[in-house]
Ligand binder design. Structure first.
Ligand code: OSB
Ligand code: MG
Length: 369
């Protein structure tokens, strides 16, 4: 199967509301979307990096640069016909997991289409639904936060994640717990705390949280291993797990009791599945993280989240939670049991609205051998 052309789109898709974390705010999703044309088939991928380098050093523009200068030339030369061959073709490139994962996603779509199966089947997932929750950004004040959470509960979400930051973390977690005593609740620090904050973080133990996500530095495992024994709440690592080796280090060091898997952060669904398998055999729960993906990345995430070790609800919400106009048809909707349905068609199983991709594209370029 010859790879004829790969088109990159620098997308800018407005969110329905600003998304604020402990360390940055975003008003729209800027990301690279990829279209691969090969053997008469068209496949799609999405790079998860955004405009800012606050979550990771990667950005929309570095994704584009690394794809253009290194990944695409390697791929046109190697003409990979499997995920393994793709990974081999780019194995000389260090770092830049989100750039690599974006094209890998398109290859999962392509190879699933070639085999006449869904990406879910190609990955070895099963079931037609995955449990999901909603990630709630920092709001102007506590009263507003309670209202926003209430709205999501009315929409049908049964698990909520709060973005937390120093100065308001304990009061906000307390307010949400007081208003919603039985809610499945977790928090995400996005690497804003330090080990010296351990005494303060212990106050969160009283709220019966499912987990606290990435409290300490984005590249830290060592201090998390010193923090976890001091907390009753399970620590979940996000930013600092970028490969199955990191997952092994974290578990061997008892730095966390849960791991969040984001295919982009770990260089693709292949590595994400390795982390899943590693944790699953050790009884460590994993869950699917989110990067506010468009419908393309969301389709890939629900497929991977259907592997059996994804026992906690994922950060994979309905299209309408993020976008007035998602770039797929139909958009993802929430089922009454707080699940999203896994597309059952061939490939990613979603129809990409090329007209909307074009409408929200700032820059587009086609690459050939
Ligand atoms: O830390 O999980 C995170 C979004 C962008 C970057 C980092 C994170 C997030 C989220 C959103 O929490 C999850 C979602 O896609 O709904
Ligand atoms: Mg996180």
């Amino acid at each position: 199967m010859h790879i004829d052309a790969i088109t990159l789109y620098h997308l800018q898709l407005p969110y329905v509301a600003p998304f604020q974390t402990s360390r940055w705010t975003e008003l729209d999703r800027e990301c690279v979307i990829l279209r691969v044309q090969a053997g008469g088939l068209t496949a799609w991928g999405e790079c998860t990096a955004s405009k800012n380098c606050a979550y990771s050093y990667e950005t929309t523009k570095t994704n584009w640069l690394i794809l253009e200068e290194f990944i695409l030339p390697a791929v046109f030369k190697a003409q990979p016909d499997s995920i393994e061959a793709y990974r081999e073709a780019i194995s000389h490139i260090n770092g830049h997991p989100m750039a690599k994962a974006g094209l890998e996603m398109a290859f999962w779509d392509l190879f699933a289409q070639r085999a006449g199966v869904s990406v879910q089947q190609l990955l070895g997932g099963s079931g037609d639904r995955v449990k999901v929750g909603v990630s709630v950004g920092i709001q102007p004040d506590t009263e507003q936060l309670v209202k926003v959470v209430e709205g999501y509960l009315k929409d049908g979400y049964r698990r909520v994640k709060l973005k937390i930051k120093p100065g308001r973390d304990v009061t906000e977690a307390a307010a949400i717990r007081r208003n919603f005593p039985d809610l499945l609740l977790q928090v995400d620090g996005n690497s804003v705390y330090r080990l010296a904050d351990a005494e303060h973080l212990k106050e969160l133990d009283q709220f019966n949280l499912l987990l606290i996500e990435q409290p300490l530095a984005h590249d830290d495992i060592f201090d998390h291993a010193k923090l976890q024994p001091q907390l009753k709440t399970p620590v979940c690592l996000d930013e600092s797990i970028t490969s199955v080796e990191h997952a092994r280090w974290a578990l061997e060091m008892n730095a966390c009791r849960v791991i969040n898997i984001k295919p982009g952060r770990v260089s693709g669904m292949h590595e994400g599945r390795l982390i899943h398998d590693y944790c699953h055999t050790r009884g460590i729960p994993v869950w699917m993280g989110g990067m506010l993906e468009t419908g393309i990345g969301r389709a890939a995430n629900v497929a991977l989240a259907s592997l059996p070790g994804f026992t906690l609800p994922g950060d994979i919400s309905a299209s309408a939670r993020y976008y007035a106009e998602d770039i797929i048809d139909p958009p993802f909707t929430l089922n009454a049991d707080s699940t999203l349905s896994v597309p059952q068609g061939v490939g990613l199983g979603v129809k990409v609205r090329e007209d909307l991709v074009k409408k929200f594209t700032l820059r587009e370029q086609e690459f050939k051998e």
